[in-house]
Design a protein around this ligand. Structure first.
Ligand SMILES: Nc1ncnc2c1ncn2[C@@H]1O[C@H](COP(=O)(O)OP(=O)(O)OP(=O)(O)O)[C@@H](O)[C@H]1O
Length: 656
C-alpha cells in the first residue's frame, strides 16, 4: 500500500502560492504571511498564577486550604527572525511554563496576564495554534513506520495537496534536517531498535517544519541525548533559525561550545527572567555585576548557578535569593532591558505594515483526515507481528481450552447436555470482552499519546483518532471471533444448522467489540491503563451476574437490579444464544426415566429444549429479533460515548 494518495483537488504548490499573495489584516485570523518578511515576537509582561492546595489529600485541613503561586513573574522579551533563543534555568524555574504560555497551551489560560505580539499584532486565543509549532520534550511517534512514512502521513494530515507535492515537501524537510539517509528506517520503540534518539528528535522537529512555521518552540530538545548529539541538534536549530525563522528552546545547561550559536539567551529563576540578551551582552552584564567568567569556565554553568536559589538551608536560601534579586534589579535597570522595552514598543508600531506569519493551514476535510488516520493505524499495526498474532489467535486459543474441556456435547440431560451448553454460552459471552479489552489496553495508549499531541498541534480533534482505531478493529474482531466460533461450534457439535452457526458468530462479535469499546471509553478519561483494565473487568463481571440469568433469573432479583439488567448487553446476548441453541433441540435420556416436570431434581424431566427455555427464559423465543437488535444497539451507543469521552479528555487535559 502506498501511503501517498491524492487527498484533495488543489495542489500543495497552489495552496502555498495562494496563501502568500493576499494582503493581510490583523483582525482576519486566516490571513496569510508575506513571504520572506521579518517576523518579531514580543512577550509583554507575562504573569501566570495557579491556585494550589497546601497539603496532600490525607491532610484534610491543609488540603482544603489554598494558596496562590506565582509561576511566571512579569516576563518580557523580544526576539526576531533569524535568531535562536535559548531559555536557561534550573529545574522548576518556569521554562516549560513560559513556552506553554507563548504557545497558548497553558492549562489555566484564564490565569495568564500579559500579551504575546507577533509582528506587532496581539495574538488572539484561537490564533496561537496556527502561529507556533511546538516540539514537546518526549517524541510521540509510531514505532513501526519509517521516517519517510511518518512525515508523509503528518504532511497528508496537515496540508492539502497532490501526492507529488507532498512527497517533494517531505523530501525537502528531510534534506534540511539531514534525515534522508534514514528515510527508510523504522522509528523503533522500547522492544525493538530503530533510529537513534537524536534522529527521533529530528523527526519530531521535521514533523513540525512541514507546515512552514515561522516560529518554532522546543521544550528541552536535548534531554536524554549524549553531548555530541545535543550539540548537533542545537547546531541544526541554529541553521533553521538563520533561514528567516525564530527558534526558541529551553535547555538546562548547554556546553560552552554552543555559546556563540545562541543569538539571545534568557535566564530564568523562580519564574522570573533575570537576564535576556545576546551572548556577548551576557558576559558583559555579569562582569558589570561583579561576576567575571574565568577562562576555561562554561559561562552557562556559571551564570545559571549564580541565578539559582539554593534551598538546602535557610541561610543559603536567604543569601542566594538576595543575590538573584540584586542581579534581577541590575538587569531591570540595564540598557539591555531598556532596549528590550524599546524593541517591544517599536514592534507594536510595526502592526500596520506586517502580518501574522501563520503556518500553512489548508488541511484536508474531516473525512479525508479520518481515512488518512485509518491507513496510518493499519500500516503501523500490521507490521507488529506479535500484535497481529495475538489479536487473531487469542479467541481461538481460548476456544481450544473450552473444546478440550468439554470434548463433545451429547443429547442426554443426565450426562450434561443442558449444563454443557449453558457453560459454552456463559464462557463465550463472559470471556470475549476480556480479549477485546486486552487489545485496546495494549495498542491504544501509544495512539492516544500521538492523538493528544497532534490534536494540540491543531491537526485533528482527539476523537477522530478514536474513530479511526474503532474502524480498523472491525475486520480483526470479525476474523478473530470467526476462528473461535467456527472451531467451538462445529467441534463441540452445537445445533447443527449453518443459520444457527451464523447467529452464534454474529452474537459473539458484539461482546468482543463491547469489551474493546468500553476500554477505549475509559481510556479517554482515565490516563492509567491498569485502572482501566480493572474497571472493565469489574463491569463485565457485574454484567454477567446481572444480565445473563445464569446465577439468578430477572424475576428473582430485587427491583433495582432487574432494571439495571436491561442495561447489560449480556442480557440480550445470552437470551439470543439460548434460543439459538435450545429452540428445536430434542434430548434423549439413555438410562433415566421420563418423570414428572415437577420433580426438577431429575434432569430427565424434559425431552425438548423449548421446555427448558420456557422454564428459565420464559418468552425468549418471541423476543429473539428484539434481543438481537438491542444487542447490536450497544455498538453505536458505545461509539458515541467514546466520542463524548474523548471530548471530555480535552477538558481534563486543559485543567491539568
Ligand atoms: N498548572 C500548574 N499547577 C501547579 N503548579 C504548576 C503548574 N504549572 C507549573 N507549575 C509549577 O511551576 C514550576 C515551574 O514548572 P516548569 O515545568 O515550567 O519548570 P521547568 O523550568 O520547565 O522545569 P524542568 O526543567 O524540570 O522541566 C514547577 O514547580 C511546577 O510544579
Amino acid at each position: 500500500m502506498n501511503c501517498l494518495e491524492e487527498s484533495g483537488g488543489v495542489t500543495a504548490e497552489e495552496e502555498f502560492r495562494h496563501s502568500r499573495t493576499e494582503p493581510y489584516d490583523c483582525q482576519k485570523s486566516n490571513s496569510p504571511d508575506k513571504a520572506g518578511a521579518t517576523c518579531t515576537i514580543c512577550v509583554n509582561h507575562l504573569n501566570y498564577t495557579v491556585s494550589e492546595k497546601v497539603g496532600p489529600w490525607w491532610d484534610v485541613q491543609a488540603y482544603h486550604t489554598k494558596w496562590t503561586r506565582h509561576i511566571l513573574k512579569d516576563v518580557s522579551f523580544y526576539v526576531e527572525s533569524g535568531q535562536l533563543m535559548g531559555i536557561l534555568g534550573n529545574s522548576g524555574s518556569g521554562k516549560t511554563t513560559l513556552l506553554d504560555a507563548i504557545a497558548g497551551r497553558l492549562s489555566k489560560q484564564a490565569n495568564l496576564l500579559g500579551d504575546v505580539y507577533v509582528n506587532g499584532c496581539k495574538l488572539r486565543k484561537e490564533e496561537f495554534h496556527d502561529c507556533f509549532s511546538y516540539v514537546l520534550q518526549s517524541d510521540n511517534l509510531l514505532s513501526y513506520l519509517t521516517v519517510e512514512e511518518t512525515l508523509i502521513y503528518t504532511a497528508l494530515l496537515a496540508l492539502r495537496g497532490h501526492s507529488n507535492a507532498i512527497k517533494r515537501k517531505v523530501q525537502s524537510v528531510m534534506l534540511e534536517l539531514s534525515l534522508s539517509h534514514v528515510a527508510n528506517h523504522v522509528i523503533g520503540g522500547r522492544i525493538f531498535r530503530g533510529i537513534s534518539g537524536g534522529e527521533r528528535r529530528r523527526v519530531s522537529i521535521a514533523a513540525q517544519l512541514l507546515q512552514d512555521p515561522k516560529v518554532i518552540l522546543l521544550d528541552e530538545p536535548t534531554t536524554g541525548l549524549d553531548s555530541m548529539t545535543s550539540n548537533q541538534i542545537i547546531q541544526l536549530l541554529s541553521e533553521l533559525a538563520h533561514k528567516n525563522r525564530i527558534v526558541i528552546l529551553t535547555i538546562h545547561q548547554p556546553r560552552s561550545e554552543l555559546f556563540k550559536l545562541f543569538d539571545r539567551i534568557g535566564i530564568m529563576t523562580c519564574g522570573e527572567l533575570v537576564f535576556c540578551g545576546g551572548s556577548e551582552e551576557m558576559v558583559e552584564f555579569f562582569s558589570s555585576c561583579g561576576y567575571q567568567c574565568p577562562e576555561y569556565c562554561n559561562p552557562f554553568d556559571l551564570y545559571v548557578d549564580l541565578t539559582s536559589v539554593d534551598t538546602r538551608s535557610k541561610e543559603r536560601e536567604i543569601e542566594t535569593y538576595s543575590r538573584v534579586q540584586e542581579i534581577s534589579f541590575s538587569y531591570q535597570k540595564s540598557k539591555i532591558f531598556n532596549n528590550v522595552l524599546e524593541n517591544i514598543e517599536a514592534a507594536k508600531r510595526q502592526k500596520e505594515s506586517s502580518s501574522i506569519p501563520f503556518k500553512s493551514r489548508a488541511s484536508p476535510n474531516t473525512a479525508a483526515k479520518l481515512w488518512i488516520l485509518i491507513r496510518r493505524i493499519v500500516r503501523n499495526l500490521s507490521r507488529n507481528k506479535t500484535g497481529i498474532i495475538m489479536r487473531l489467535s487469542q479467541n481461538l486459543l481460548y476456544g481450544l481450552f473450552v473444546v478440550f474441556f468439554l470434548m463433545k456435547l451429547n443429547s442426554d440431560p443426565e450426562k450434561g447436555a443442558v449444563q454443557d451448553r449453558i457453560g459454552i454460552i456463559y464462557q463465550s459471552i463472559g470471556a470475549s470482552p476480556y480479549t477485546g479489552m486486552l487489545n485496546a489496553v495494549a495498542l491504544y495508549p501509544s495512539l492516544r499519546a500521538v492523538g493528544d499531541q497532534e490534536s494540540s498541534d491543531g491537526l485533528y480533534p482527539k476523537w477522530l483518532m478514536l474513530v479511526a482505531y474503532i474502524i480498523h478493529i472491525i475486520p480483526f474482531s470479525v476474523v478473530s471471533v470467526a476462528f473461535y466460533s467456527f472451531f467451538v461450534y462445529w467441534t463441540l457439535g452445537m445445533f447443527p444448522m449453518w443459520e444457527r452457526f451464523g447467529c452464534f458468530f454474529a452474537v459473539l462479535i458484539v461482546p468482543h467489540l463491547v469489551g474493546e469499546l468500553l476500554t477505549l471509553i475509559l481510556l479517554g478519561v482515565v490516563q492509567n491503563p491498569n485502572i482501566v483494565n480493572s474497571a472493565v473487568a469489574l463491569i463485565n463481571v457485574a454484567g454477567i451476574l446481572l444480565g445473563s440469568g445464569f446465577l439468578r433469573s430477572a424475576e428473582d432479583m430485587p427491583e433495582p437490579f432487574r432494571w439495571l439488567s436491561y442495561l447489560t448487553f449480556q442480557k440480550y446476548g445470552v437470551e439470543v444464544l439460548m434460543v439459538n441453541e435450545f429452540y428445536g433441540l430434542n434430548f434423549t435420556c439413555v438410562n433415566g426415566e421420563q418423570s414428572s416436570p415437577n420433580n426438577t431434581n431429575i434432569p430427565c424431566w424434559f425431552t425438548r429444549g423449548i421446555q427448558y427455555l420456557d422454564s428459565t427464559y420464559p418468552g425468549a423465543p418471541s423476543r429473539f429479533v428484539f434481543d438481537f437488535l438491542m444487542l447490536y444497539a450497544f455498538l453505536p451507543a458505545l461509539v458515541i460515548l467514546g466520542i463524548i469521552s474523548f471530548k471530555v479528555r480535552d477538558l481534563i487535559i486543559q485543567r491539568h
